[in-house]
Design a protein around this ligand. Structure first.
Ligand code: SAH
Length: 217
């Protein structure tokens, strides 16, 4: 799986102007202060945003922030909300951010759940620290999660998943659920929302791996 980046003309500007986007750590802080009682769920590397948008529509009592590093990708998620007009969920916003800077945006113990879906595998060993389910990234995520907060990770990349299974314990998590073939698990599929990558890779027969890990007290 290779990340192909094509430049989409005008996408930087469109992201900058969009009212669906949080544009600074100050705007994030302000938003979080308005949330009071609702839970906060993040997706890191949301891509075109189908998963988080469907989640937001199904769970109006949860506030969602979808994060993506590239404007050229995020623009698709913005367009989807624009096309929904007045049906766009009001409990969803986007943030253009590199996951390595997450502590600049979210205070400690402020987040209830983080989703990682089809994160880039970075197959070379010397790049292992760039993988989002690495212990290095999980340790950052652990800080912003509330006690008892959790992370859900899905991928069709078995090597990345096997790697991920060795990383959560040293980062302060315990396993809650794991499967090497999500689409055969009827119970877990009841609430499954497919991502764009999940649809693509499961349709060519790749089994989908998933885990749910919980922050240790
Ligand atoms: N979650 C989507 C897209 C998966 S592709 C789906 O399942 O369909 C992985 C996405 O993560 C890409 O859009 C990529 O730009 C983004 N990404 C990769 N590294 C990132 C990082 N460090 N911070 C934020 N986003 C990142």
């Amino acid at each position: 799986m290779i990340m192909r980046l094509k430049h989409v003309k005008g996408s930087e500007e469109a992201v900058e102007k969009s009212s669906f986007v949080l544009h600074s750590s100050e705007e994030v802080k302000e938003k979080l202060s308005e949330l009071s009682d609702s839970r906060l769920f993040l997706e890191i590397g949301m891509g075109k945003g189908r998963f988080i948008t469907e989640n937001a529509l199904l769970n109006p009592d949860v506030f969602y922030i979808g994060m993506e590093m590239y404007e050229s990708v995020m623009i698709k998620a913005i367009k989807r909300l624009e096309d929904m007009e007045d049906k766009a969920p009001s409990n969803l916003m986007f943030l253009r951010m590199d996951a390595k800077d997450i502590l600049d945006f979210f205070p400690e113990e402020s987040v209830d759940r983080i989703y990682l879906n089809f994160s880039d595998p970075w197959p070379k060993n010397r790049h292992s620290k760039r993988r989002l389910p690495s212990r290095e990234f999980l340790s950052l995520f652990e800080k912003i999660l509330k006690p008892g907060g959790d992370i859900e990770f899905k991928t069709d990349n078995r090597d990345l998943f096997d790697f991920a299974l060795k990383e959560y314990e040293p980062a302060g998590f315990k396993i809650q659920y794991q499967t090497f073939d999500l689409h055969k698990d009827e119970d877990e599929m009841k609430n499954n929302i497919m991502t764009e990558y999940e649809e693509k890779f499961s349709s060519i027969g790749n089994p989908i791996c998933k885990y749910r890990i919980k922050k240790l007290p």
